[in-house]
Design a protein around this ligand. Structure first.
Ligand code: FRU
Length: 502
């Protein structure tokens, strides 16, 4: 055999080996959390303790499809570099470990210690489900006395028994100082049920919310209740936000996460209006909740997938990733309040190089590939221009795959078209165009694109309209062309090239 043949064989082999290394496989995100291997869905038990962010998640360690649920575990000191830890919770005779939350019991209400991290989760009994009983989902506890490294299941599980509701799950617990009670927000089929407890063990039902309000395309799941403070007329006002995931019934198709803005008095949630608002209008942000124990700051993270196709996406050794962590805050526009989201500032610390350009004229089309060239498809791109022209951003790969984000002023809409962005054949609904309303009344269009290998998150108008979409292209999105109907001026463009966390 010739030397040339040998050398090229070696080169091919080394490229193949690199691609097989965990975290370097085809489609693997560069700065989003994804499990080293196997199946992942909802984020669970997100809590900050002693300077460490804990991210537990729905995990099936034996396959890349959904199965008997465990809680996987990852930790981070900075919200971006994650280390996967041993599995935190295993299924037992009461059932699988479904979604839930975690708190730090600093008043030692449970009685196992003031440093206890307590996980509150649903146990799903698959046998009960098969027998068509209606009480196969119950709420249980586990506690950790070593900062979340190991957990002991509470011997009195389950602590909240099912009264006969088939969907009775995803407890989100927080301490409400005014009534000195733990509050549990629980998804109960087509509504949210609120429970209170002095000690995490004995729960009393307080009220219900949600019948006939909001989106009801499917069952309600993964709620989260928390305050956000806003300064109005130089005074601080607290609003209570109730996040509720809905599957199907999302704003485009399949899974989606809505929220309500209102007041909470320790017993009842009162929404301020009946408008349906979505945390994210894209197809791929589901079951997201916020970290507990972070003071006034609210950091949100969602599962970057959709139940329509989550089990069939074309990754080979793992399935699904999380969104980037996002700061939540209240923003008023067009006479309405919204919960806006922006990338957590920690994400910007991955920036290796920044380019800023001003006054770029687009005379119906302009190639901006030079800006993205050496990014390896990992970047944050900010664009500012007027909001009166239609404008499309065509991101593409060296393989000619195209992912398009557009703004249509006539319809007052944003859209993402991923039909040509690579592999779309694994599900008939995947290769589509998804739309979102523009909610802002600002004359300027402000777009922040967070691009990674296999996902695009767009924060429009200071994060009032957000769209997240995953895609599976053979090569990274390192080319950009801007198309407009007329002459369009990009007043400012900023590009941050991001390092990979692996
Ligand atoms: C949401 C969900 C939750 C449930 C979990 C099971 O995606 O259906 O309601 O607890 O996934 O994995």
């Amino acid at each position: 055999m010739s030397r040339i043949f040998h050398v090229s064989l070696l080169l091919l082999l080394s490229a193949w080996c690199r691609a097989q290394k965990p975290y370097h496989e085809l489609y693997r995100p560069g700065f989003h959390f994804s499990p080293k291997e196997k199946w992942m869905n909802d984020p669970n038990g997100m809590v900050r303790y002693d300077g460490v962010y804990h991210l537990f998640f729905q995990y099936y360690p034996n396959d890349i499809v959904w199965g008997p649920m465990h809680w996987g575990h990852a930790t981070s000191k900075d919200l971006v570099h994650w280390q996967q830890q041993p599995i935190a919770l295993y299924p037992d005779s009461i059932g699988y470990i479904f979604s839930g939350s975690a708190v730090i019991d600093s008043n030692n209400t449970l009685g196992v210690g003031a440093r206890a991290m307590v996980a509150i989760f649903t146990q799903h009994d698959p046998e009960g489900e098969k027998r068509h009983t209606n009480n196969f989902q119950n709420q249980s506890l586990a506690y950790s006395l070593d900062n979340g490294t190991t957990f002991t299941k509470y011997p009195g599980n389950p602590v909240l028994k099912n009264p006969g509701i088939t969907d009775f799950r995803d407890p989100s617990v927080s301490w409400f100082p005014r009534t000195r009670r733990w509050i549990m927000t629980l998804a109960t089929k087509d509504r949210i049920s609120f429970y209170s407890s002095p000690d995490l063990k004995d729960w009393t039902k307080e009220s219900e919310f949600g019948e006939g309000i909001g989106s009801h395309g499917g069952v309600w799941e993964c709620p989260n209740l928390f305050p956000l403070v806003r300064t109005e007329h130089e005074r601080e006002k607290t609003y209570w936000i109730l996040i509720v995931s809905n599957n199907p019934g999302g704003p485009n198709f399949g899974s989606g996460t809505q929220y309500f803005i209102g007041q909470w008095d320790g017993h009842v949630f009162k929404p301020q209006d009946t408008v349906t608002r979505w945390i994210d209008y894209g197809p791929d942000d589901y079951a997201g909740v916020t970290w507990s124990n972070t003071g006034r700051r609210r950091i949100f993270l969602g599962w970057m997938s959709n139940w329509e196709y989550a089990t069939t996406v074309p990754t080979a050794t793992w399935r699904n990733a999380m969104t980037i962590p996002r700061n939540l805050f209240l923003e008023e526009t067009g006479g309405r309040l919204y919960v806006a989201s922006k990338p957590a500032p920690e994400v910007y610390k991955l920036s290796r190089h920044t380019t800023a350009l001003t006054h770029l004229t687009v005379d119906s089309t302009r190639n901006l590939t030079n800006v993205l060239q050496d990014t390896a498809g990992r970047y944050i791109l900010n664009i500012r221009g007027a909001a009166d022209e239609s404008v499309d951003f065509v991101f593409s790969s060296a393989a000619g795959e195209k992912l398009i984000f557009g703004y249509n002023p006539n319809k007052n809409q944003y859209w993402i078209d991923r039909s040509g962005a690579g592999n779309v054949n694994f599900h008939p609904g995947f290769g589509s165009t998804y739309t979102a309303p523009r909610l802002s009344d600002n004359n300027n269009l402000d777009l922040e694109f967070v691009m990674d290998r296999s996902s695009l998150e767009v924060f429009a108008d200071n994060g009032v309209t957000v769209m997240t979409a995953v895609y599976f292209s053979r090569a990274p999105m390192i080319r950009l062309r801007v198309n407009t109907t007329n002459v369009y001026v990009i007043k400012k463009l900023t590009l941050m090239k991001l390092a990979s966390i692996w």
